[in-house]
Structure formats: C-alpha cells, structure tokens
Design a protein around this ligand. Structure first.
Ligand SMILES: [Zn+2]
Length: 531
C-alpha cells in the first residue's frame, strides 16, 4: 500500500461468496404487468464462508429454490430458504470442494421497480430494465453490488411483434409454437448488476459500420422506435463507429462483443448498460438529442462498465471519466475548441453548484442518487484534465491505458487509479488525489502584483477560499504578462498550500501593465488579479 493512500481506502477483502454468472429466463406478458422468471446463480464460496446465500430481491413472490448437483443422487434438489420481501436467504448444503455451485430461483410477480412495463412515448407497450443504482433487485435476484460483477445470460420470451435487446451477443433467437418470440443473449464478460438489462419493444434496428477490434468484428446497432429510426441514424448516432474507434485508439480495445444504442424508457438521459446503452425516449421524440450523450455513454463502456467503481462513493471513476472522455473524443473529431469550451462549462457548472462544499469522495452520502452531482461529473472531469496537465499527454494516456488493461472486467477504488498513475509517471501523487478528491472546493486566489526594480515582478498570492475547503498546492500556475495588449512574458509559479500570503518574484524583460493568471483556463481555480 502506498503511503499517500488515505484512511478508509483499504482494499475490500474478497467476499465470502463471489457470483460468477447469472442466467435469467423471463416471460414478458402480452397484457398486464406480471412476469414469470427463473434465475440460475452460479457462484463460488470461500472455505470458511457462511452456509447461506443472500440475494437481493424486492417485492416479488418466490415459488421455489433448488440446486443442480447439490444432491448427486437426484441431480436437482430443492433448497430451503426464507424470503422477507427484500432479501432471499438460501440455505446451502455443506461445501464439498472449491468447485463452483449454483442455485435456481423460480419467482413471479409484478415488479415495482427495475423492470418498467408500460406504453412507450409512441404509445406502444414495451418493457425496459433500468437498474441504477440498486434497482436490479426489483426484478432480478442478485448480489446487487458493483463490487460483485458477473457474466449474464438472458433468455427472454416476448410478445410476437417485439424485438428484444440485452447485454452481450445475440446467441439464438426463435419463435415458439404459440407465435411468441424468444431471444437468447450471452454476456461472457463480468458486468455490474446495475447494467444488467433487457429492452423489449417493436423496435426498428439499423446495423452500422462494425468496429474491427483485435481481429474481431464488433457489430454496432441502433435500436429505435420506427418513427424515430431515420432521425436517430442521421443525427445523434451519425458517427457511432468513429466514436468507438476514437475511444479504442485512446484507451484500449472495446470491452464487449457488440454495441447497441437503444431508445428506451429510463429515468436517466442516458444509461450506460453494458453493450446495450439506453437513451431517454423523450429526447428522440422532441428531436433534442445530440452527440454529446452518445460520446458520454459510449465512454462508460470502458469506465463504469468494464472498470467499475467498487463502491458508489467512488462514482467519479465512472462519471468523471465519461464526462471528460466525451469532450476528448469531441475534440478528436471536431477540434480542440470542443475540449476548451467544454471544460470551461464544466468549471462554471461545478463552481455554481451547492455541492462544491462537499468533497468528490464523500462517504457521508447515504442516498446514492445524490452522487449524480457536480462533484462526480464536472469536478471529476477536471481532476482528470488537471492530472493530464500535470503529467503531460503521453504519460497520462500511458497511465490510462495501463489502468484499463489492468482493471478491465473488475471493480476498483480511487487508490487503484492513483497507484497506476504513480507507476506510469514515477511520481508520488497522494497530495494531488487527496486535495482534489477529499477536500471540498477549489482554490480562490487573490493575486496582487507590482513591478520591482531590475526587471522583476512580484506577486503576492493569497488563497481566499473558505477554511473548510483547505489550502491547495499547484506546482505550476501559469501567469501571462502583457503590455499594451501584447504578451511580453509567460512564467509559472508554485502555489504552496500555506495560510500566509505567498510572495513570488519573477524575472521579466520590461515592466508589464497587466497580469493574467491561468490565461488558457487549464486549472479549476478562480483568480482575482489586482495591481
Ligand atoms: Zn454517465
């Protein structure tokens, strides 16, 4: 462990029970809202682990629970369980080896959350999963935590004119004798439960130019309601393949076997479900959706989905990355001003937000939806932007690629990211991560300047932000000196985290008549400059 790692950031011990895969079989109704389902949960447990498997499942009826191979004579044996309406506790037989085990849960009912069955924005019946943060348990018996990722297999029976999309690759598809359609999807990469979804509606599907990734061909598809399909293809999803290619070049191989962009019922503007991204239908109907949300959600496939925050309080590892990469990809496709202008907007949004008074990582937050704030998104993006400025482009991107390679398909804490970036740069970065993630706010500088004799300019720098925000260190704050509107010199100074005013003396040819701190807006600071 690195000395700079703050308390409370110890790696979580391996769980006693580790889910390896879920297989969900679901029958979607022709009318009404009830579903019938079976879940097969494959898991491994540690030697000294408890003899109970506890699954989250809210408000449904459990019909029976059993296990294949638990009793070798019969092959399938019923298991006893208790269910209190939110936790299903299954009594496991004695652990005989370190082989994986399984349980099957048969259940039914009307999901109150997680699976939304209703008329879509075009007035047709549809069914959509919408799980973030802990709503998978409203329809799927799971260890509903981003710390326990698992493979997911889907077998969905749907009304005859529906098409079904889900995580993973479409493995099989057919029609049963009664005319209903069925769809089998397989996601063989472990993904978080909050991204395990299906979408079922009378979709129009358009296949886009596929991605070529490490010799494989990754299908890219746009699923939309028939009325919205042509618009979706030509406006927000016009450059879907270019976006994935750009991210792949910056970060590493696309993590999944296909990518579907899906018009959906979701309470979020977009939801980064692994390999099947959902976007809010209202934005299509109003013809309001742009490419930004597509870049953001696509970036989540790498960060959030493939590399997942182990604890939601580290949400910036997901949202900060997606917010930043949205702008970085935008800049790669359309020019640097996308990033420059975008970061200025992120700064303004963050500085205007009430939550600037709280740190990015704030374990005191209990309601997880409160984490969807200017800290996780806007300040999170700035943390990455300033880290890139500190380390330089090539070191920064080498670190990002290494972080993805190392932690793809697993769950991480902020300390893991710090460690990788320290290794990439050969520098201790505890001070950087501590001040930007665990201190609230940002530096508010007051800079008084005066021309000294012999071609020197003195700056007297004060940090005026509230004491509760703490003091900040910035090794190279850029300063520009101007005379008659022309730049006559550029210097940097080392901002020290001290309470007393800091006096900096800089050599300069000729006396300036104006001084600008951070002229390009590369830092999350405000600076009031006065002579
Ligand atoms: Zn996001």
């Amino acid at each position: 462990m690195h000395a700079a790692v703050a308390a409370g950031q110890q790696p979580t011990p391996r769980p006693a029970i580790d889910v390896l895969s879920y297989g969900f079989q679901i029958v979607l109704p022709d009318t009404g809202f009830g579903v019938a389902a079976q879940a097969v949960v494959v898991f491994r447990r540690a030697l000294d682990s408890p003899d109970t498997l506890a699954l989250d499942l809210v408000g449904l009826t459990v019909d029976s629970v059993g296990s294949h191979g638990a009793d070798r004579a019969t092959g399938y044996a019923r298991l006893s369980y208790t269910y209190d309406g939110s936790r299903l506790r299954i009594a496991l037989p004695p652990r005989e080896s370190d082989a994986s085990e399984n349980v099957s849960v048969f259940y039914h009912g009307t999901p109150q959350d997680g699976l939304i069955i209703r008329a879509d924005a075009r007035g047709r019946r549809s069914a959509f999963g919408d799980n973030w943060p802990e709503r998978a348990r409203g329809w799927l018996p799971t260890v509903d935590s981003p710390a326990d990722k698992a493979e997911v297999l889907w077998l969905v029976s749907a009304p005859r004119d529906w098409r079904v999309v889900a995580n993973g690759r479409l493995a099989r598809q057919g029609r049963s004798p009664d005319g209903r359609s069925w769809w089998a999807y397989e996601e063989h990469r472990p993904v978080p439960t909050y991204t395990m979804v299906i979408g079922a509606a009378p979709f129009a599907v358009s296949r886009r130019r596929p991605l070529v990734s490490a010799g494989d061909t990754v299908p890219i598809e746009v699923w939309a309601y028939p009325e919205d399909s042509a618009w979706a293809d030509s406006v927000p999803f016009r450059r879907v393949t270019e976006i994935v290619e750009t991210l792949q070049r910056l970060v590493g191989p696309f993590p999944y076997e296909k990518l579907a962009h899906v018009e959906a019922v979701t309470r979020y503007g977009g939801m980064e479900n692994s390999a099947a991204i959902f976007y809010a239908e209202q934005e299509y109907v109003a013809r309001r959706m742009g490419e930004g949300v597509v870049r953001h959600e696509t970036a989540h496939q790498w960060f959030g989905d493939a590399v997942t925050e182990r604890d939601f309080h580290d949400l910036w590892l997901s949202e900060g990355f997606a917010t930043y990469l949205d702008l970085v990809v935008g800049a790669a496709l359309d020019g640097d001003s996308v990033l420059t202008r975008g970061m200025r907007d992120e700064a303004r949004h963050y500085m205007d937000a009430r939550e600037a008074d709280r740190p990015v990582i704030d374990p005191s937050v209990i309601r997880l939806t409160e984490l969807l704030d200017a800290n996780s998104y806007n300040k999170g993006a700035w943390v990455l932007h300033m880290l890139r400025g500190l380390l330089g482009d090539s070191t920064f991107w080498r670190g990002i690629r290494d972080y993805y390679r190392r932690y793809r398909d697993s769950s991480v804490a902020s300390a893991d990211f710090q460690r990788v970036m320290e290794r990439a740069s050969g520098r201790a970065l505890g001070w950087f991560f501590t001040q930007w993630l665990r201190q609230p706010g940002y530096p508010q500088l007051d800079v008084a300047w005066r021309a000294e004799s012999a071609g020197r300019v003195a700056l007297e720098v004060r940090q005026l932000q509230p004491d509760a925000w703490g003091r900040y260190a910035i090794p190279a704050v850029p300063v520009e000196f101007r005379r008659d509107g022309r730049v006559v010199g550029r210097r940097t100074f080392d901002l020290r985290p001290q309470v007393a005013p800091q006096v900096v003396s800089l050599a300069l040819d000729g006396a300036p008549d104006a001084v600008v701190v951070d002229p390009e807006g590369t830092l999350l600071i405000t600076a009031r400059v006065r002579p």
